[in-house]
Design a binder for this molecule. Sequence first.
Ligand code: NAD
Length: 512
Amino acid sequence: MTAVEPKSDEATITVHNPADGRVAGTVPIDGPDTVAAKARELRLFQPEWEAIGPRGRKVWMRKWQDWILDNSDHLTGVLMSESGKSRTDASLEPVTMADAINYWAGNAEEFLADRHPKAHTPLFRVKKLITVLRPYPVVGMIEPWNFPIAMLALDLVPALAAGAAVLLKPSEVTPLSAVELVRGWNEIGAPPILKLATGYGDTGAAVIANADYVHFTGSTATGRKVAVACAERLIPFSLELGGKDPAIVLADADIDRAANGIAWGGMFNSGQVCISVERVFVEAPVYDEFVAKLTDKVRSVQQGQEQSGYKYDTGAMATPAQRDIVERHVKEAVAAGAKVLTGGKPTGVGTFFEPTVLADVEPSMSCIAEETFGPTLPVIKVADEEEAIRLANDSQYGLSASVWTGDTERGERVARRLEVGAVNINDALANVFCPGLPMGGWKESGIGYRGGGAAGLIKFCRQQAITAPKLPTQKSEMLWYSSPKMQSRFALAAMRAFAGHGLRRFGLGKKG
Ligand code: NAD
């Protein structure tokens, strides 16, 4: 059976399970007036959410965390029903959300504390300098379909911990998990500062029209439109976009580990991961051995969607359109001379596409030049490290990469030459599980970062500078009009003394 794409009947979206075509649920399509009304309501309650501070927010977020863990089987089931994921893939998402709440709610007090920068010259030592972090009142959050829950762990959780109210627009393909999470938020009796806007791109546009800050995760093409819309409104935004992540296998690598790790990094979630391995560059001396081992591993990946238990490694593609992109890339590669070593076609059931390894691949092929977002691993033989780095950097994208080597110092040296926002040495996808590290795409893979410790909360805040006198004040300051001219000349001389270096401080020294 072919899975059906969600279609608008003008009032609701009917969501289907792409693994078997069954109806999974429906959500309303929120028009501009509905979205604006939701944003207005969020604005009413956000000041209180900000006022209770990180400790008060932690109490509510921990209750929500308990609700998520208590309902993790139910959430996993809903997620599977809308995305076609296997239980193995889907069950990781609720626990990722709980983990994120621990980190962001647990550290928010420290991360959001006032900062007291040192005065940069002695002239300002008489002042108390304070940087205050205050959240954007309403953060609009627009999400893709590949991780309907885990993506919220990365972005929604820190925004809430920062004290913002969030208007969340899940993907039209997979809105049901977000419905459940917001139901949980309401069920625990938390303040009404989290609302959903469901619908297609127009609903996303309405979210932008009503937000003070927009965080977008999705394709580069849509990200560009979001950036333009935010620029029109002069509101800040961050974009987490597409990728085409390279894996570089050097001749000194543990080839078994490289094959195991790259198979997982390419097939996890059926390859529908922004940071999944999409290009593999292997040094010539180990190419044959690596390709043989990778093919064995990928051939053994179990694909399907189970009713119970954890039988399958990966599931279906989220939409027929996504499956068709994967099929086109494989067909075009084969037509241009690549070899399919395993997989290579849709299974004919739902939107499943066989786990695939392609060899004899050339950089000009679409499977290397475009984002595939599916279970394919195209492998290219390279002469040496230099060629691997050059080809890895030859991309419009710059999300992340992996380097496989027996020498981690060499791995780091290679990492520092790659034009990407993250590099995992002898591992795949690892950085995304570390909220203390920044995650952001370079080049056309994004603008801004998520995570990165305190920076992950600060991005959802406006920064306010406050100065106050440390000492009792006089009637006038030296530069004010109310002070004698002589005093302002003295003030200028003092400023010059601290602004220069050496004899120039006193108007002396070499000129020219
Ligand atoms: P998409 O760009 O098609 O849609 C993303 C969201 O944008 C959806 O909710 C959609 O309704 C909304 N949207 C569409 N048009 C809009 C508009 N004009 N204004 C506002 N919102 C609009 O992306 P997708 O197909 O759902 O997701 C897959 C893409 O996401 C891939 O390219 C993948 O690499 C990327 N992705 C990136 C990351 C990352 O962290 N860098 C993570 C996950 C996915």
